[in-house]
Ligand binder design. Sequence first.
Ligand code: NAD
Ligand code: UDP
Ligand code: UDP
Length: 317
Amino acid sequence: MPKRILVTGGAGFIGSHLCERLLEQGHEVLCVDNYFTGRRRNIAGLLGNPAFEAMRHDVTFPLYVEVDEIYNLACPASPVHYQFDPVQTTKTSVMGAINMLGLAKRLKIPILQASTSEVYGSPLVHPQPEDYWGNVNPIGPRACYDEGKRCAETLFFDYHRQHDVDIKVIRIFNTYGPRMRSNDGRVVSNFICQAIRGEPITIFGDGSQTRSFCYVDDLVDGLIRMMQTPKEITGPINLGNPEELQIRDLAERVVELTGTKSEIIYKPQPQDDPHRRKPEIELAREHLKWSPTTKLETGLPKTIEYFRAVGCSDEER
Ligand code: NAD
Ligand code: UDP
Ligand code: UDP
């Protein structure tokens, strides 16, 4: 049955891929975005589709629309962006959650929250299962994002217990792919753009730290599978790629795939940079029958191709 689906943050990196996939599945999509970090370019290809509608709106304000499902993705996601206006970041997470939960409550519809591995903070447990409570500094520069997302999860579970709202909470780990921002400071976009520009590739520390990168198409598949679960499945459920990779290996792969003449240079490692990050995805395997299928060898070339096509400047909308 085709549905009318609201995607907040739909003009962003993950949101625009989600809008695209939902349209392909025959649904109508209402994309709500204030274009803080999202871009019209990300959804330009969808604007001619009569099943797609884009609305400029800030989720910290109430929203009265009629829809069948909500994916709540609105929130800047990278430190440079969420620390630009930290108060607005907390407002987006918290007031955005309240408004979207109010909407879901009135319409009696399911609502999915894009939470984050950052709710685990600087984890003392590795890898992180969903029942780990995390280790978060409530007053540091990352708190607007981490605590905002934690409070949003609290609101989701209280609306569930108190008002019987059908909630779906997903904790997303490092995700990459076309439509990442070139200026967001993330390692994948940094390395690719440095390689394309012929600039030195900057490894922070000795590059032995690990991350696990999930290709955006796999992640979107997980979000949609979560929405399709029965009401008793509320999450939180981790989504990410458990394949761990050292940052220096990533740099070497980018050099190889781009054929760049860029040299690899080493810079000081940022304070509190986690040495390892890897999702534990047993719950996703069990409840969603989901695990990532896109290997870095497939996902990285697609991301490189994207940056080559659109350029590495973030000036354009
Ligand atoms: P993004 O910045 O590309 O997308 C976020 C979108 O939300 C943007 O289009 C932005 O304009 C919009 N937005 C921000 N504040 C808003 C507001 N007040 N009202 C309306 N729209 C607003 O980031 P993304 O990587 O696509 O992330 C999407 C979601 O996934 C976010 O909630 C993020 O926290 C979560 N997430 C992402 C990652 C990742 O690796 N990319 C990891 C964990 C969690
Ligand atoms: N809300 C909204 N759209 C709706 C219903 C509610 O944006 O369709 C907002 C509303 O402004 C309110 C918030 O969601 O501030 C929380 O709604 P809830 O019903 O929980 O709270 P109440 O209206 O009782 O304060
Ligand atoms: N990193 C790096 N060079 C860069 C950007 C990041 O070596 O130009 C490292 C960073 O120190 C971290 C890892 O890559 O160890 C992942 O960084 P990112 O900011 O992408 O994600 P997060 O740390 O939030 O997982």
